[in-house]
Design a protein around this ligand. Sequence first.
Ligand code: FAD
Length: 669
Amino acid sequence: MEENINNNVAQPAIDSKIPEGPVAEKWTNYKAHQKLVNPANKRRLDIIVVGTGLAGASAAATLGEMGFKVLNFCIQDSPRRAHSIAAQGGINAAKNYQNDGDSVYRLFYDTVKGGDYRAREANVYRLAEVSNNIIDQCVAQGVPFAREYGGLLANRSFGGAQVSRTFYAKGQTGQQLLLGAYSSLNRQIKMGNVKSYNRYEMHDVVIIDGRARGIIARNLVTGELERFAAHAVVIATGGYGNTYFLSTNAMACNVSAAMACYRKGAYFANPAYVQIHPTCIPRHGDKQSKLTLMSESLRNDGRIWVPKSIDDAKRLQNGEIKGSDIPEEERDYYLERRYPAFGNLVPRDVASRAAKERCDKGYGVNNTGQAVFLDFSEAINRLGIDVVRQRYGNLFDMYEEITDVNPGELANEINGVKYYNPMMIYPAIHYTMGGIWVDYELQTSVKGLFAIGECNFSDHGANRLGASALMQGLADGYFVLPYTIQNYLSDQITVPRFSTDLPEFEEAEERVQADLDHLMNIHGNRSVDSIHKELGNIMWDYVGMGRTKQSLETALEKIKELRKEFETNLFVPGTQEGMNIELDKAFRLRDFITMGELIAYDALNREESCGGHFREEHQTEEGEAKRDDENFFYVSCWKYNGDDEKAPTLLKEPLHYEAIKVQTRNYKN
Ligand SMILES: Cc1cc2nc3c(=O)[nH]c(=O)nc-3n(C[C@H](O)[C@H](O)[C@H](O)COP(=O)(O)OP(=O)(O)OC[C@H]3O[C@@H](n4cnc5c(N)ncnc54)[C@H](O)[C@@H]3O)c2cc1C
């Protein structure tokens, strides 16, 4: 396998397709291009948008508004139930309402730096530029962002930034933004510009003469396969975090549509860049199927600590004392100690690794030794419980419902200082920076196939800053794709609608049917979840927060064995007709297995540490990520080789930075 990768390194590099010239001008060119498309022709073009999360719903609504005929798919029973609804903390924009020195350039700089200089510079600049439009658009839709007493929109801070630029709606920002996008989408549905297909799962993309011209989707209620044709296909199907089984993602999040595109020639970029979020409720036992995020916004006022003394840690682990029994002077606020300039608001990868480091050294605070405290005592003493609850009330309630501990409750008083129950948190899989490779126009390596939102790789490099996923999803959906897709469509105006009777549709449907038949006919002994859980354990243990050459090679061997187990010992009850949730999950698990391998291949190839990808062999003396810009200053693009069992081929897109000096990240001063 290693040989294979080494051979592949010699493959020709992909053109980055970033237009020449200073970054700011590039985007202006696209705005100008928009005027060249004749509006009278738009109505004749059909676009399939797969996904109704923030990226998909905003794109479908905007394309509908522009006069295209949109077919919009989701696997849930309503577009409103897409995973985006779970987003809690907020959305970034460079409005500088706080007058604290923010600017488009500063948001651009923070995002590139946060991504450990592995993002495409020009894309991030464009993202920062359109960030402000998103807030205006959403306010116009009626999204109830939090406001200050005087009525102005409020902001809070998220990791990796020293300004307050995060707009929020309590701890339900994703829900409110999705309701805004959904109301626009509904208007287009009513006007007949968008046709909505709920409970439909895309199983394959149909390619005709090298261009994406349709999809095969299964009606999840009847079990029937159906064919849909269009002039272009956009996937907005979210991230692949559930490869790890346990994650903060919604249970239905999957990578199958992206894998279908990958198998049909779309490159998969930077799969190893997986984000592990520092503030999740720790795992309890081995029966769990879901982890819960405690929003990063809590780090605005919550302070993260473990005891200074190993004896106190042991007593906490044995349940002899509680966090509130340990006085201020005995607490190690390790983020504030190690990173004085950013303190508790360091980026997620840095905070997660620091928590793991403390727990690995024995300072963990719960019975498994895998938890640290997130404490609001200082904030409650300073601001009062009412103010703190106003900011984080629903998150406190969520924590209490799950753990039966109320973080706003007074628990102890030592030497006149009041101590409240701290939360316990631990890092967990949360977001995936890698995804389907797209060029500057968000087109994949297959013509006419576009990818937006979390399912593409575009803007976050090796680590995403908090509150930037919603920004990217809505930038892609409202402001980037609706313009750039027209560059592709402008010479498609004379192309008539495609018949779904074409042999390419026939062939694609037959292949999907054969895959479904195969899954139903294995008749083995293992449930989908038991195999998925095993995959998750392999991924977490060997391809998790700390990776080594040896652990990654072990992972690849173990995943291969697991694939065999899946292919020969899977049991899917029921029939293909009608609803069969186990069959849906089996189809997705097949793709998670291929995805798991892809993550491991990429992590093995990338012999450096950057952002969320931490190769233990490559760290500084202080345990920080050590990049190798000389050899790895590129986007890894993986090309499918015709069979899931064959190793993929690595292609490289070199990164070009013009506006920002590439340097070592520093959050200490
Ligand atoms: C708990 C949590 C909290 C978060 N909080 C924040 C936050 O505060 N700020 C922030 O910026 N980011 C946050 N994020 C990240 C952010 O929520 C996601 O990155 C973002 O919502 C992804 O949006 P999306 O539109 O790309 O995909 P999704 O919202 O995942 O939507 C995917 C869509 O694709 C559809 N789909 C999937 N597969 C198929 C298929 N095969 N066929 C048909 N349809 C399909 C689904 O039905 C769905 O409609 C959070 C993430 C989590 C897990």
